[in-house]
Structures are given as C-alpha cells and as structure tokens.
Design a protein. Sequence first.
Length: 209
Amino acid sequence: MRNYIKISFFTLLILTIIGCQNSDLKEKQLVLKKYGIWNSKNDSISVKLELSRFNSWKDLVKRTDEITCSDSIPKVMLKTNKEMKTIYFRNPCWDRFGCILIYRRNTIEIHNDSIFKGEKHYHLNNLTSILKKDYNNNGADSNYSDSPEKVIIFISYDNDESIKSFSQTLNKLINSYEDLNTKYDLKIWLKERIETPPPPPPPPITGDI
C-alpha cells in the first residue's frame, strides 16, 4: 500500500512537471508582433497600459498623455492563442506643443463603431478599404493622404463602456493593416473627440427689402 502511494505521488509529480513544460512551450511558441514602433529604443522606454484597470476612455487617454509627457512610449499588448501583439501609440505631449499642423486628408478617425474620413463617415466594417485608399493614394485624390508615411489614425470613444470595445477595434485595425502588406508604420493616436459646434444662425433680416 505504501509503495502504491509512493508510485501515485511520483506519477502526479511527473504529470505536473510535464504540464508546466507544455505550458511554457506554448508560451514560447507565441508569434511576437510589434506595430507603431519607429525606433529600436522604443521598447526600453515603453510603458504598458493595462486596459482592465481603466474605468473610462477619458482615464485611458489621460494616462496615455502622462506617459508621453514623461518621455516614455505608451503601449498595449494583446494576446491571442497564437500571437502576442504589441501596439505603440504616437500621442504627442501637448504640454510641449501649442499646436501641431496635421492636414485632415492625412487622418482617419475611428469613433465608437464609425470611421470619419473627410466629410464622410462609414461603418467600422469598411476599415480595410479606407486604409487601402489612404496608404495607396500618394496624393492622387485630394480626399485621401498625401503619402502613406503621413497617415495618422485617431481612435476615440464617448462612453464608459468603450474599454471593452477598444481591444476589439485594435485587433480589427491590426488585421486591416496587415492586409495592406506595407512597409510603412501604423501611427495611432488615442484622443477625446471634441464635437465642433454648428455655426450660429444668421441674424434676422430687419427693415424693408
């Protein structure tokens, strides 16, 4: 009986070790991918954003700005069964820049589940086709980018449930970007969307016409 207990114990021990080794092997087999990295030193000064710790989009943008203004690079890491994706964000430190000139034609804005490009807006399902037009335009159409090097993608939300959608949007964006098979960087800014108020109505016409 005692020998049986010893054998069972060693069997469980061996199975546990094998299980741990298999787990480590799966972890090592993950394909590591990086997006938005424009300098080999980026990762040494990067700061990971743990999305689960943020209660609102505003808090996430605020933390992103804090990281940028401390001379670090904000990033998000998304893990799937086969890949570990690291996305670096290009947010500037607004404390150091009063204004940055960016032509609207060079921007794509993703807000909630919509895409705003110029004066038009589209559903997020059209993301791949819009990215292709922008990255391949090279100044041909004035509604799209001057150059693939200048394309900037803004992401914003206006509700507190946005954190759950954000990782899905990032994955969709990464997949669309990979379909381009381009050598140019993916530049993403996180921001709060500021609605432009409509112009005031014209003054009433008085007097005789």
